[in-house]
Design a protein around this ligand. Structure first.
Ligand code: 3EB
Length: 359
């Protein structure tokens, strides 16, 4: 296979860090998926008390959202994301695994692992590294080093949250500078055109601390692209000096199909569509998600279904309720999207959706 030949040219240490195979080998990837032995991660929104959830030894990670969630916990499995949920109280997002979870802190990285999967998180103070670009490069070097030294070197999915994502003009916009730093951190380790699924969203908490967390696995997933969209890492120069380095989705190396969908918005080709039209952006976003799921070939229909766990990031607070109503009409009845107020990395985009579709 073409990509195997390439991989064989890469020094062993770097080869371990390669994320995934390329999409054109979908037939082969489906074949290899059949021999994958990981149990699917179980992702759900749960409303129990944090202490009760953390009391379960199958819990790999727990996320709280917004100012009402606990800020921190001694347990490395807990992370608060500073995005305010719509309505009163948000549930916790909980990741559960098959095995018994162990935790550790490795300097600035919090870990939880069960042998099949690892959750990791790092928070980097921008001031210590000069700016958002320096913080991103440092964070990604740390992330890749830590994964490479672990038994779970294959990162499936990464979330990136940063303050004031749209501040700054042109190439000086903070999101674009984040992309430069991220690309530098990844390139230092030989990542080329093979990236994990990802989300990059802006918080508005005034804390210049870059927050990154990830899901990694013992075996590699398969990165997927969306035929309706230019691959993000091939975006033209107009969107910044360094293109965003993420795949549109990641098929997990699990026996029953599971697809991690990257943050998805109303981008067709490489252009944003439907400026100032929330409903049209939602429709375009859902069309993109259907398209990437069709590419994943996990279901004949290739559509979101009730097994999907979704997060919906909405730029304007006043769009939260309209977005909830529209999504209730447009999503399968059993889908329970968590709506969060968050900034999307292009200022004209009003909504972005990410999630996990399990078969
Ligand atoms: C896009 O499609 C929208 O920089 O990691 C989506 C998902 C987006 C991830 C990232 C950015 C990222 O380009 C933005």
């Amino acid at each position: 296979m073409y990509h195997c030949a390439i991989q064989n040219l890469i020094p062993r240490r770097r080869r371990r860090l390669l994320l995934s195979t390329a999409q054109p080998d979908i037939a082969e990837s489906l074949h290899s998926a059949a021999s994958a032995d990981l149990a699917p991660l179980r992702v759900a929104y749960e409303s129990a008390a944090l202490a009760a959830i953390l009391g379960d030894s199958d819990v790999l990670a727990v996320f709280g959202f917004g100012a009402r969630a606990p800020a921190a916990h001694a347990d490395p499995r807990y992370l608060r994301v500073n995005l305010e949920p719509s309505g009163d109280a948000a549930p916790f997002e909980v990741w559960r695994v098959r095995g018994h979870v162990r935790t550790q802190r490795d300097g600035d990285i919090a870990w939880a692992l069960d042998g099949d999967y690892a959750f990791g998180a790092i928070e980097v103070d921008e001031a210590v590294h000069g700016d958002i670009e320096g913080a991103a490069e440092f964070a990604y070097r740390r992330l890749v080093d830590a994964l490479g030294a672990s038994d779970t070197p294959h990162v499936l999915r990464i979330w990136n949250y940063l303050d004031a994502i749209n501040a700054g003009e042109g190439d000086a916009e903070r999101y674009r500078r984040f992309c430069v730093g991220r690309a530098a951190g990844l390139a230092a380790h030989g990542f080329v055109d093979a990236y994990p699924a990802a989300t990059g969203i802006g918080v508005r908490d005034g804390h210049r601390v870059l927050q990154i967390y990830w899901l990694a696995a013992r075996t590699a997933g398969t990165a997927l692209e969306n035929p309706r969209q230019v691959s993000a890492w091939r975006y033209p120069r107009q969107y910044g000096i360094k293109a965003p380095t993420f795949a549109r989705a990641m098929r997990a190396p699990t026996q029953s199909a599971q697809v991690y969908i990257s943050g998805t918005a109303a981008i067709v080709g490489h252009a944003s569509h439907h400026h100032d039209d929330l409903e049209a952006q939602i429709d375009e976003t859902l069309a993109n998600i259907d398209s990437v799921l069709a590419a994943a070939q996990i279901a004949p229909a290739g559509r979101l279904d009730g097994g999907a766990v979704l997060k919906v990031y909405v730029r304007r607070a006043e769009d939260l309720e309209p977005a909830r109503k529209l999504l209730r009409e447009k999503l399968p009845a059993s889908a329970q999207p968590l709506l969060l107020r968050g900034d999307i990395c292009r200022s004209e985009l009003l909504i972005e959706i990410d999630g996990v579709q399990s078969s």
